[in-house]
Design a protein around this ligand. Structure first.
Ligand SMILES: O=C(O)CCC(=O)C(=O)O
Ligand SMILES: [Fe+2]
Length: 279
């Protein structure tokens, strides 16, 4: 048996000032409830989104297995109209499909030219709905890096990975289970780059991944409207308990000493890593 689960602490109704002073500096995850995220909670029905942005083309991960697996690449990328994605991602049995009548979808929105320097920004790619979501004032405007739309079928589980930016994930619709691990656990995660090879975190292959059992798991369930703060380098694994619509914001954190002192990844990785596409 590994260590017991640490619940991610919940903070209700906090101000941006409170976040900046008391939560952000701790570099630990926090679940933030009852923060004003704007009208999206009410407005973002599938019909409304289909009317506003239904004709946008998006590139999505499609898989017959809800646990998407990067080593065996058990998913394919397909381009769909946003409206069609919404229809399909809300159900698990499809009339129209790419791989099988039972297939799962995951959108991680991209910039207009994802191969270039262009990063995802919902204000640019989805201007007609961007105003519906209020991004709390948790960071300096100049530190903003990207804002990413994330839409997924019920059951989709994203492999454990870390990102190099600070992050707030705003869960607009659908419940989601979040499991996080401290960056200190890097040697227990069996990493390939930014991704853990341990795909089934609930029933890991202990022969291959014995040290994973000693990784301390931090966990919470996000309800619609909740925000989670995921500090840079914290590993995260997400499981959609329902059809989900989320937006996350990455911003630069300038605490460079963190990397210098405590750097299991190699210093040279830092600058290129901050430019690669993040999941
Ligand atoms: O919940 C998801 O869709 C994945 C979230 C994630 O990986 C992120 O916000 O960095
Ligand atoms: Fe991520």
């Amino acid at each position: 048996m590994g260590p017991s689960v640490v619940p991610i602490p919940t903070f209700s109704n906090i101000s941006a000032d409170y976040f900046r002073k008391h939560i952000y500096p701790q570099r630990f995850p926090a679940l933030l409830r009852d923060v004003d995220i704007g009208d999206c909670s009410k407005k973002w029905t599938a019909d409304y989104l289909a009317e506003k942005i239904g004709d946008n083309s998006v590139k999505v991960h499609v898989s017959i297995n809800p646990k998407m697996n990067f080593t065996e690449k058990n998913f394919v990328y397909k381009t769909l109209l946003f409206g069609e994605l919404l229809k399909r991602a809300q159900k698990v049995n499809q009339d129209l499909f790419f791989l099988s009548p039972k297939e799962f979808y995951y959108l991680r929105s991209l910039g207009a030219d994802p191969r270039g320097r262009d990063v995802a920004d919902i204000k640019k790619q989805f201007p007609s709905i961007a105003e519906d979501i209020h991004i709390p004032d948790f960071f300096l405007k100049e530190d903003f890096f990207s804002s990413v739309f994330r839409i997924g079928s019920p059951g989709v589980q994203l492999w454990t990975h870390y990102d190099v930016m600070d992050n707030i994930l705003i869960q607009v619709k659908g419940r989601k289970r979040m499991v996080l691990y401290n960056p200190d656990e890097a040697l227990n995660m069996y990493l390939i780059g930014d991704k853990s090879q341990v795909l089934d975190i609930d029933d890991p292959d202990v022969e291959r991944f014995p040290k994973f059992l000693s990784a301390q798991r931090h966990e919470c369930i996000m309800e619609p409207g909740d925000i989670i703060f995921i500090p840079a380098l914290w590993f995260h694994n997400t499981l959609a308990l329902e059809f989900g619509i989320a937006v996350n914001i990455f911003w630069r954190h300038l605490n460079y000493q963190f990397y210098d002192k405590n750097d299991p990844y190699g210093n040279k990785d830092l600058i290129p890593a901050s430019r690669v596409r993040m999941l």
